[in-house]
Design a binder for this molecule. Structure first.
Ligand code: GLA
Length: 385
């Protein structure tokens, strides 16, 4: 397939009969570890994928925005009045309108613009294709509007686009990854104060690879279940008298669990509290250059998501089990859950063997063939030209 940046330019030319003023790229992400911890003010460790979304853009007169993408032939157009009417812009274009809305709502001037979007980030695979759109469009609009909005403020704005304008109650991880990741590193993010540390994650040097397995499982009730998990965590924090579950230390976990009313809530809390600790332990190992040793933490994270947070599905569990049986050092579901992708840490020269074993296990169970691809940590949002 043609390079994604070239496709964005071609889309711009064919929709608007003109040349773009520039092109801005933002990646999809996988999360190495730290799932459903972001909206609990906790820790996450995502890295950016080499798969990117590109926005080709140019200013246009007035407060009007026009956007086209490979997802729909006809451009979608909206103005300042449309932005004030909830539900006026829908589908993929809502992520774009949400970014314009969030920037304006925060008092930042946004120039009218024409935008064409092309993407290599698969939609619906849990690799944050929506955050990649938000980040690429935000980068374009901030640049076209002139300097003045530091990059560390972008993730919250993109998150507001998604939470308030689109109406999905997600945390800050995906937008932070799409914007702030660095090549060759995982992004250690404290979701309470948004402080970051780029943690070297040099797979090549360690003779390792991360294999991403797209389960191709349809997302089942993902939105409602995500919102339910979030509510349960917030109720638990309120019952425990803490601002967020991040404030429950692992050492105090048993005492905290004893103060909660039902088993389901206890398991939700146990996942979040132990998952935060697994992120910290993973970061400590990576800082010490002990990459190979993070495997068991990844697998423990998966078990916790499967048994305590209950967000996995049979296709996902099978990918993890079959990867481990074929020699992966660790494997876990990545992302919000109920489908999406698994990542497996493997010896570089075993990547093919593990991919083949997972594919064979799927065939045996009668599941649709999974996608398998080795990935390396890529950069976050950038201006291309
Ligand atoms: C989705 C959300 C993120 C995060 C993950 C789970 O990707 O967008 O904010 O909550 O699920 O870790």
């Amino acid at each position: 397939m043609t390079d994604v940046a070239a496709r964005a330019t071609a889309g711009f030319r064919s929709a608007y009969g003109a040349e773009p003023a520039g092109r801005w790229a933002a990646p999809g992400r996988v999360n190495l570890i730290g799932e459903h911890t972001d909206y609990n003010d906790g820790f996450v460790l995502p890295f950016a994928l080499p798969l990117r979304t590109v926005a080709a853009a140019a200013p246009q007169e007035g407060e009007r925005w026009t956007v086209c993408s490979e997802l729909s032939a006809d451009p979608v157009s909206f103005d300042a009045d449309d932005l004030a009417t909830p539900g006026k812009v829908t589908g993929w274009a809502a992520y774009v309108a949400g970014v314009v809305w969030a920037l304006r709502d925060a008092g930042h001037p946004v120039p009218g613009a024409r935008i064409a979007i092309a993407s290599d980030v698969p939609v619906g695979s849990g690799l944050s294709s929506s955050a990649a759109i938000e980040a690429a469009v935000l980068a374009a609009l901030v640049d076209l509007g002139g300097p003045g909005l530091p990059e560390d403020r972008w993730p919250r704005l993109a998150q507001r686009a998604e939470n308030v304008y689109v109406g999905a109650p997600t945390g800050i991880m995906d937008q932070s990854a799409a914007i702030r990741c660095r090549e060759g590193h995982a992004l250690f993010l404290d979701c309470r104060d948004e402080s970051i540390e780029h943690i070297p994650f040099d797979l090549d040097a360690a003779g390792l690879a991360v294999l991403v397995v797209d389960s191709r499982a349809p997302h089942r009730h993902a939105d409602g279940e995500y919102a339910a998990r979030r509510k349960s965590c917030e109720r638990a924090a309120a019952l425990l008298g803490v601002p967020a579950l991040r404030d429950v230390a692992v050492a105090d976990l048993d005492g905290a669990l004893g103060r909660l009313p039902d088993d389901e809530m206890r398991r939700r809390v146990r996942h979040v509290v132990t998952e935060d600790q697994r992120v910290l332990d993973t970061v400590a190992l990576l800082r010490a250059g002990r990459v190979r040793e993070i495997g068991p933490l990844l697998t423990a994270s998966h078990v916790s998501m499967r048994d305590d947070f209950e967000i996995t599905v049979p296709e996902i569990d099978l990918a993890v089990e079959s990867a481990l049986a074929a020699g992966a050092l660790g494997a876990r579901m990545t992302g919000g859950g109920f489908g999406g992708c698994v990542l497996a840490l493997v010896e570089a020269d075993h990547a093919d063997k593990v991919a083949t074993a997972v594919t064979a296990a799927y065939a045996e169970r009668g599941f649709a063939a999974p996608g398998t691809v080795p990935v390396l940590p890529a950069p976050g949002a950038t201006r291309l030209d």
